[in-house]
Design a protein around this ligand. Structure first.
Ligand code: ADP
Ligand code: ADP
Length: 231
């Protein structure tokens, strides 16, 4: 049973914009799938439908075989981590507190939450000694982005949806962060769907790559080598 299954999913916004059309897509458990394609071809819309931030206008979406429209929203929030480029950190909380929030909400003891947060911050390349007590406005855009990734991982959800998660990160750090993320994703066996406009990133990270085309149609869904046209 796939972790995610989209069956004939379409989305037309109320103003008539057709964002996604007749989309069939399956993501296996533990797989990292990249959605790639030009701006405006429906990648973000697809991601938002999977975590039910918006509703499809046709078709249906199954998570572990369950229709998302019949899944308790609280349960969805717990099972799906969502990282967007303009990551919303809590402005009045330190970096460490931002990452600790979800584990604390899930009932982890404070000491455990702190250790885990510290570990994840180190993983995304932010030493706790230096950055832990800073506030979001004291970080660069790329550093905030990395805190957002750490916070999403801290919740330890089985499924992560990421929209241009490394977009604001400078190119040198980005490669390190991608590698580190990939290692963690493998180790923890996370299912990940990641939106990117960067085909290099998509083929480097993705187990499979979904290539979107104008009009929100899926042009290709295959392993990186096939997407690159290699024999
Ligand atoms: P991508 O992530 O591939 O850049 P999006 O999913 O953000 O594409 O957008 C797909 C299409 O839907 C675009 O034409 C975009 O302008 C349109 N769109 C996105 N959000 C809305 C909205 N809330 N209302 C109307 N049109 C929208
Ligand atoms: P970037 O090129 O990634 O956007 P910035 O120029 O914004 O980076 O920041 C460079 C460095 O300055 C970063 O290490 C960041 O942590 C630090 N920094 C940025 N804003 C502040 C601030 N308001 N207070 C303290 N340090 C800051």
């Amino acid at each position: 049973q796939p972790a995610i299954r989209l069956e004939g999913v379409g989305k037309t916004y109320p103003d008539g914009t057709v964002a996604v059309q007749a989309l069939d897509l399956e993501v296996r458990r533990g797989e990292l799938v990249c959605l790639v394609g030009p701006s405006g071809c429906g990648k973000s819309t697809t991601l938002k439908m999977v975590n039910r931030l918006i509703e499809p206008t046709s078709g249906r979406i199954l998570l572990d075989g369950r229709d998302v429209t019949r899944t308790d929203p609280v349960r969805l929030r717990r099972e799906i981590g969502y990282v967007i480029q303009q990551v919303g950190l809590f402005p009045h909380q330190s970096v460490l507190a931002n990452v600790m929030t979800v584990p604390l909400l899930l009932g982890e003891p404070k000491r455990v939450a702190r250790e885990r947060a510290a570990e994840l911050l180190e993983t995304v390349g932010l030493e706790v000694a230096t950055y832990g007590e800073r506030y979001p406005h004291q970080l660069s855009g790329g550093q905030r982005q990395r805190v957002g990734v750490a916070r999403a991982l801290a919740a330890n959800p089985p499924l992560l949806l990421m929209d241009e998660p490394f977009g604001a990160v400078d190119p040198v750090v980005r490669v390190r962060l991608q590698d580190e993320f990939l290692r963690l994703q493998r180790e923890l066996g996370k299912t990940v769907v990641m939106v990117t406009h960067d085909i290099d990133e998509a083929v480097r990270l993705g187990d499979r790559v979904a290539v979107f085309a104008e009009g929100g149609r899926l042009a290709q869904y295959d392993v990186p080598a096939a997407v690159l046209g290699e024999p």
